[in-house]
Design a binder for this molecule. Structure first.
Ligand SMILES: [Zn+2]
Length: 609
């Protein structure tokens, strides 16, 4: 059953039933020019912002919705994420709000705030194809104890994300996205252009989304040379150490405040990290074998980190794997910085920047770095709506992460852990149908299973069934059609079907639209070796049988989830060995099953012997 909003999109031809963007597809975007200044002592960020907002839609807009993410910390506001009382602030304070049309005419009428959204009512509507300018000064206190994806981490380390007043997405499905930022809901952003200048106190350095425009004015000659070398080298280069920072070898002038100027085009967000005494490792690799394009992969961390000194190595592995294997699309950015917040835990992606903790176990660390980097594709390259469909990015990130574990840390048993977490919720009242909009899910365990576990399992067994080549044909069809755009689940399902040439509704329905759960069992074994597998939970999963015969030999039988294509709730597997079955076990630790008690069969007449 297709929701009314989606049907309307088909009628308007912004999208199509075949999963292609329709001939009338459009999306809006902004050009941001931001000057931000860090006051480290007061843990405060001030900014001046000028936004040019382009209305590419066929609609006349009488108002503009601006996200004030920092109102998450505002006294009295609702939150789904606990914060320390000391971090409760006045939220985003702004001044001199000015809205003009392109001739410079003032078109501001009034504004009103909800929880984290500021709605600006226009005195003259914004016509299709037209743009407006929105300008303001703002400031906020950077949280010092509650690090919801950003904050002041102490020891002169700051990560600034979810920060600037940002024009919400206006799309062909919902119009204005008015979902409030509650600390859990993450990305749904337009593809914007950014020109950001960050002024920092003496000794501070900045890493950010986009490309640094004035590195030559900031770094010492020796550091510049090393960066240049790393940009063409496959080796991991130590660009500088925290000791170098202390000795004054890194910056041209560390006694004066400095301005860091970055530009980024067609990205869904802009974040930056600030630090004074850190180590910086850099490397690069060819990410596009056709054009020879290289991406710079780097890691920034203070001395106290345990696993971060190896981060650059794992991040290189990650970018290489993603470019060549899965999703098998050249890394979309010029650089990928994995940036240590100096703490043990946490991980937050943004385009070209990941804000990472430093787990003490190497396996956890490598997995974390990989996971955050993989978000470069979903949701950033693809522009999915994580507020409504978290599984469209977290599910992929959770699935892809399995490969760094399988390759480098197989004894961590990542895939098995993901499966057992899924089993805890699968088939319970807590489990929500994947198509439930994510922002409606208040329970943390339900949300985690929806965003990460059930979805990654659905992708895992889909690829297992189609095989890598056919799966990639489907995935790449979806990615090529929708990158840089805003795909919805129906665009994904239809594109996978078109790309693979297969009808997959029978697979997508129970996984994404129903509460089917993971429970299969052995129902019957006949004397002529026909094994009936009953699918009690209705979820299409692979059938793995470990058979032991009377002569002591064994055999493994594996059928992908395709055995359930007929839609029946039982299948018969013919064990064609010609030998007498002594016992059979169904399943494996890599296949979820909430009830394994019905997975064993032992031939009755053997039991008494
Ligand atoms: Zn994630």
């Amino acid at each position: 059953m297709i929701p009314r909003e989606i049907k309307k999109a088909y009628q308007n031809q912004t999208r199509s039933i075949s999963g292609l963007p329709g001939p009338n597809y459009w999306q809006n975007y902004s050009d941001y020019t931001i000057e931000a200044t860090l006051n480290a002592n007061e843990s405060k960020l001030n900014g001046h912002e000028l936004v040019i907002y382009h209305n590419e839609s066929p609609d006349t807009l009488s108002r503009i919705v601006v996200r004030m993410y920092q109102d998450f910390y505002k006294k009295g506001n609702a939150r789904s994420w606990k914060i320390d009382p000391s971090d409760v602030t006045n939220g985003m304070e702004f001044d001199n709000l000015k809205v003009t049309d392109f001739s410079g005419k003032d078109i501001y009428k009034r504004d009103y705030a909800s929880v984290t959204n500021l709605t600006v009512v226009l005195s003259q509507p914004l016509l299709p194809g037209d743009s407006l300018m929105l300008e303001m000064d703002w400031s906020f206190l950077i949280p010092q104890k509650s690090w919801n994806r950003m904050g002041n981490y102490g020891n002169d380390i700051f990560m600034i994300a979810y920060w600037y007043p940002q024009i919400a997405v206006y799309d062909d499905i919902d119009g204005w996205d008015k979902i409030e930022f509650n600390g859990v809901t993450e990305f749904y952003n337009d593809f914007n252009n950014y020109d950001v200048t960050i002024t920092v106190p003496p000794g501070f350095m900045v890493w950010a989304t986009g490309d640094l425009q004035n590195g030559a004015d900031l770094f010492s000659k020796s550091v510049l040379n090393k960066i240049e070398e790393a940009c063409v080298s496959d080796e991991i280069n130590m660009l500088f150490t925290a000791q170098d920072c202390r000795k004054g070898k890194v910056l041209k002038n560390r006694k004066k405040k400095s301005e860091w100027h970055f530009k980024a085009e067609y990205v869904t967000d802009f974040t930056f990290g600030l630090a004074k005494e850190v180590n910086w490792q850099g490397s690069s690799l060819v990410v596009d074998t056709v054009t020879g394009r290289r991406a710079f992969v780097d890691a920034v961390y203070p001395d106290s980190m345990i696993t971060f000194p190896q981060a650059a190595e794992w991040c290189r592995w990650s970018v290489d794997f993603m470019s060549k294997e899965l999703p098998g699309v050249p890394f979309p950015y010029s650089h990928m910085t994995s940036w240590s917040n100096g703490r043990r835990t946490g991980g937050m992606e943004s385009p070209m920047m990941a804000n990472d903790g430093d787990p003490t176990s190497k396996a956890s660390a490598a997995g974390l770095f990989f996971h955050e980097i993989s978000h470069s594709y979903f949701p950033f390259y693809m522009g999915t709506n994580e507020r409504k469909y978290a599984w469209m990015d977290e599910g992929w990130a959770a699935y892809f992460t399995r490969f760094i574990y399988d390759s480098l840390f197989s004894d961590y048993h990542y895939a098995e852990r993901m499966i057992s977490t899924f089993e805890r919720v699968s088939g319970t009242e807590k489990e929500v149908v994947l198509m439930t909009p994510s922002y409606l899910i208040a329970d943390w365990q339900s949300y985690r299973s929806h965003a990460y576990n059930r979805s990654s399992a659905a992708y895992t067994f889909l690829r297992d069934m189609l095989g890598d080549d056919l799966f990639k044909q489907g995935l790449h069809t979806y990615m090529m059609r929708w990158h840089g755009r805003h795909p919805m689940p129906y665009d994904f399902f239809a594109s996978m079907e078109e790309g693979t040439g297969q009808s997959l509704k029978w697979y997508f329905s129970p996984w994404f639209f129903e509460k089917a759960y993971a429970d299969m069992g052995i129902k019957k074994v006949t004397l002529d070796n026909k094994v009936t597998i009953q699918n009690y939970g209705g979820l299409p999963l692979p059938v793995q049988l470990s058979c032991e015969f009377e002569d002591g030999t064994t055999e493994e039988i594996y059928r992908t989830a395709a055995v359930w294509q007929s839609g029946l709730d039982a299948v018969v597997i013919d064990v064609e060995s010609g030998k007498k079955i002594k016992s059979i076990r169904l399943g494996s630790e890599r296949i979820p099953d909430v009830n394994r008690a019905n997975n064993e069969f032992v031939l009755e007449n053997e039991r008494g012997n």
